[in-house]
Write a protein that binds this ligand. Structure first.
Ligand code: FEO
Length: 400
């Protein structure tokens, strides 16, 4: 059994979907699965771009064999050594003993870290800008360190204008028989998952994404081939614009992403009231319960919105655990330039407001809007005015 998709007559997708994986990288839920993309370019020399995760290795190897149909596999270009793309290098190399591995020096070092086999005699080392002619196609190598690991490189094929982008421009979600982004309503149905993929996987490395985008800006791109998700052959511009925004940490929307952690219902009630006051003032609000929604979804919307509100109860004299996890995640992903407001609760010692402020102060370019509203157990009638004042401050900031 094999399952391949033709991108053009000499470029074949030989990857696979995985719908059994619960958590990508052990942490990001993928309820709609994920695809591991690998591409085989057929020419005088046949070139494979990356391999796949161990979970789908069997189908991948069948796909490669069926596509080669007796031809030789000459090159494997390794663009990224993360095991979701590199796990099958060992088995592939055993099956194709004449295969030459094309990679950079950092990748060569990681190869030896991951595998016990000595690949040094099979490696063709490349540097930034090096070219490799494989027949009518000429490949050049565009280094993209930290998009998402230090060894990452992209490959540009000049004849047909194909950019193989490694993790960049990927998306969560299985392909379900499609291969091109224009075979689905990507901007309507897939943007949220594309944003969640970008922000959680590459979000920390905005500066490095910017530098990769600059290298790619003068390339003619007729096809964009990432390691996850759809291949692009048209309407790529708006997606590129999203990458510009995300990597510059510019919000896509003026509005509020509000996350609350509430053991009983009192902190939640205050958050709901603030949301209602904001809505009265014409401000869009998206709300999450940190005990219900996994952090990856909330982080994604923290990248999307201009203003963030966090409301938490104090727990063990700390920030409530799910909120603490979320805030650390946001800080570790290097989000910048957000305007933040806080609500804290505590029945005897409400201290988490100060602690949340300390954690969030690490976000570069961020500012705190309005006064922190402090609840002692529950919201009292005379505190509605404090929430109204906070809503006024946030609304004025959003509309500024
Ligand atoms: Fe899909 Fe960074 O690997």
């Amino acid at each position: 059994m094999y399952l391949t998709k033709t991108i053009k007559e000499d470029l074949i997708w030989v990857g696979a979907d995985d719908r059994r994986l619960a958590f990508f990288e052990g942490v990001y839920g993928v309820p709609n699965g994920v695809s591991y993309n690998s591409y085989l370019l057929l020419d005088d020399k046949n070139v494979l771009f990356d391999t796949v995760d161990k979970a789908v290795e069997g189908l991948f190897l069948n796909n490669v064999q069926a596509t080669l149909n007796g031809r030789k596999l000459d090159y494997l270009v390794i663009q990224h050594m993360e095991p979701d793309h590199a796990a099958s290098i060992e088995e592939l190399s055993l099956r194709y003993p004449d295969l030459t591995i094309v990679c950079n020096a950092k990748t060569a070092q990681m190869l030896q870290q991951y595998f016990d086999t000595d690949y040094s005699q099979r490696i063709h080392l490349v540097k930034e800008g090096d070219t490799l002619s494989v027949g009518k196609h000429e490949l050049s190598f565009v280094f993209a360190p930290m998009v998402h690991w230090p060894e990452v490189m992209m490959t540009y094929e000049k004849t047909d204008g194909i950019l193989f982008t490694a993790d960049a421009f990927g998306c969560f979600g299985a392909l379900n028989g499609r291969i091109f982004a224009d075979e689905v309503d990507f901007y309507h149905d897939w943007m949220d998952e594309a944003r969640r993929y970008y922000t959680n996987i590459v979000g920390k490395y905005g500066m490095q994404v910017q530098s990769a985008l600059k290298k790619a800006e003068n390339l003619q791109m007729h096809y964009v081939c990432p390691l996850h998700g759809f291949v692009w052959r048209r309407d790529f511009g708006p997606y590129l614009e999203k990458y510009q925004k995300w990597s510059l940490y510019e919000p896509e929307k003026k509005g509020v992403m509000m996350a609350y952690a509430s053991v009983y219902e009192h902190t939640e009630q205050a958050a709901n009231l603030l949301a209602a006051f904001l809505s009265d003032r014409g401000v869009e609000v998206k709300m999450y319960d940190t005990s219900v929604t996994p952090a990856s979804y909330i982080l994604s919307d923290a990248f999307q919105y201009s203003n963030l509100v966090f409301a938490s109860t104090t727990y063990n004299m700390c920030i409530f655990v799910t909120m603490e996890n979320l805030l650390n995640d946001i800080v570790h992903h290097n989000l910048k330039n957000r305007h933040i407001s806080l609500i804290e609760n505590g029945s005897w010692a409400p201290v988490c407001g100060k602690q949340m402020k300390e954690v969030l102060s690490e976000l570069p370019g961020s500012a705190f809007i309005g006064d922190t509203v402090t609840l002692k157990s529950s919201l009292k009638q005379d505190q509605r005015a404090q929430l109204e004042a906070l809503a006024d401050a946030i609304a004025a900031d959003v509309k500024a």
